[in-house]
Design a protein around this ligand. Sequence first.
Ligand code: C2E
Ligand code: CA
Ligand code: CA
Length: 739
Amino acid sequence: MHSALTATRRVRWPLPRAARVAGTALASVLALWVLLGHAMHAPWMWRPMPGLPGTHPFTALCLLMLALALVPGKTTGLPRTLARIAVTTALCLVSVRLLVPLTGDGLFAALTPFRGALEAQRQATGHAVAMPFNVAWTLLLLCLGEIARRMRYPLASQLLATAALAMLFVALTGYLGGLSVFKGAMAPWTVAGIASLALALLLATSRRSFMRALTAGSEPGRLARRLLGSTTLVLALGVWLVSRRLEYPGIPLPPDGVLLVYQSAFIIALIWAVVTLVTVRAHRVDRARGIAERLTQRAAHRDALTGLLTRNRMMSLRRSATPAADACGSELLIDLDGFRAVNEAFGPEEGDRVLVEVATRLRAAANGARVGRIGGDEFAIHCADLSAEQAHQLGQAVGRSLARPYEVRGRSFRLAASVGIAHATETAGANLAQAADQAMYVAKARGGNQTVAFAHAMHDLRKQEVELEQDLHQALASDDELWLSFQPVVAVADGKLMAVESLARWRHPRLGAVPPDRFIAMAERKRLIAALGRKLLGLAVEQAAAWERAAPGRWPVINLNVSPAQFAAGDVVAELLALLAQKNLPAGRFCLEVTEGVFADAHAVAALERARRHGFMVAMDDFGVGYSTLAQLPRMPLTSVKLDRSFIVNAGESAGDAAVFRAIVELAHALKLLVVAEGVETQAQFDLAARCGCDGVQGYLIARPMAPQEFDRWTTGARMVPPWLASPVAPPVAQPGHS
Ligand code: C2E
Ligand code: CA
Ligand code: CA
């Protein structure tokens, strides 16, 4: 017993399967041997194991049934049914035996197999072979233990198995001590069979608690092992010695040897039971603590929503990388474009679902590389062993994978991503993550939806941007940093002023003039565009009011640039109407210039339709770059189209492009839209615009954007014979109605 338990110290249990196989094999071999011996009346079969004839065939049958129940196998289907039948049969057989004092042994005898053989044996040996009471109890405990095991009560099952072992201890010491009650009542081989079954049962359930606790490396496990080992050994030795002394007269004996054995067995069982309970508890606490630790660790390492690594984890993994691994590593930083719109349109829950989908796609694309979520809609991939070329391919693959449509509430939509890539060979020792961040930032600045690899020139860009953002905040608060310049749009036919475009300018106190492309794009990214737009519109309306005071009714239509982000950020039309109402100016003197992107947004289109109803004009700016909205043109609430500068440049260079140019002007005219050619820099371009039928032109040839005073001088100056009209021009196309 003791050795079986202490052996677990060296062997790495649990091996429940092996233990069950061993227990089953031993018990069933013994049982079969006994049954066979009785069936064949073959005393020679018992010669190698003289204790065997004492084993009643009833015991053998019960052993066999129990062994069958312990056969390892699936917990479902036929094996389970067989095991159930086996345990039930064993239970019935044992119960019949235990009921003999009440019912008499008629039924027991009737159920006894090989009755003829038993009778013959009784006549030969002079005493009846009956299943002893203590064996019946042991078998009953084992049966119940097996039932408890299958009902997944490991603790109960272990306690029952332990009790069965204690009974066997009684039988063994009784046998060794030659105590009459046990002598010959239970053959040692029966003890072996039952002991192996009890052990197998103990081990089979040990995975969950008892043996696990005893063999675990934890402190309670060690303590329990020591306790069990020493007490069992001392008790077994003591009892055996005392029971031996019964044979020697003259030595004071305990009054009742049998009682002594039972008492000691009881004490052992009690110790086992207490140790089992205590260690199971202690171990459970230990395990709970371990699980809690693992959970907190996981929470720190894994993003709760996507299961990807957290920013901290990515950083600590990067720190712990060897310099060699770092030398060929690459980092990809992925930022979703316009994810905020998804959140706003569908709600944060659906947004989360999209993020989970994004994480899944990234994991698939990363192909085993480390993937982390390092911000709301920012992700990172770290690869240890990719060439710069492969890293770039991975970046493109990620972009393609994220661009596939997403499904939310049965609607499908697309998301784009800006991907920044940094490869160790190109960052020359600089921080990979920072480099990737800079590259990603450049991808964003270029309009997003693209992959950009890090280059050294990007180093300072990010820093500048952060400073610039702060400065823009100040500029918005100050009165003289932001101002408007005005560029005229003139009619091709007679050179008369058709309109004037107001263009934002920023006089930066340190950097000087910051190009509008740059600070407007930045304001859009940093969500400053609503404030900036409001400020610029306010300035334009103020200028209009000043012109109105100076020359009532004789100032040109003012073209106001409104970026798509402004429509998303607030009600531009209402704000503008409020501004005009303050100055008592009519909406009909203003034209909103919007880019094609606006028409992809139903919200913005509705705002523009409202603007048209209030009398504003609407021009499509930069027509011909980016989206191809030609087919949608008829449905847009437009009054004019401004053809992008690239049109006039290309048309001057190829006949094909000139044909396209002409066709588009014709189309716009068919839709009763005015056409303005932008970026006219040369006389040749002016002539081309005139030949193609443009209504107006705008560009450096006419005038550069000018400060208001300069613009005033320009309008009142001696332009009676404009230079661009000096050369002969084809007769102008009939102009569609325009106030
Ligand atoms: P845009 O609306 O296409 O403005 C026309 C741009 O073309 C202006 O650049 C103007 O200076 C430039 N330009 C005019 N004639 C010529 C020419 O003959 N040749 C060349 N190469 N360029 C010419 P600018 O002022 O730098 O403005 C850039 C962009 O910034 C504008 O493009 C517009 O998209 C944006 N923007 C400017 N002001 C505002 C504003 O008040 N609000 C908003 N939302 N955007 C603005
Ligand atoms: Ca414009
Ligand atoms: Ca333009």
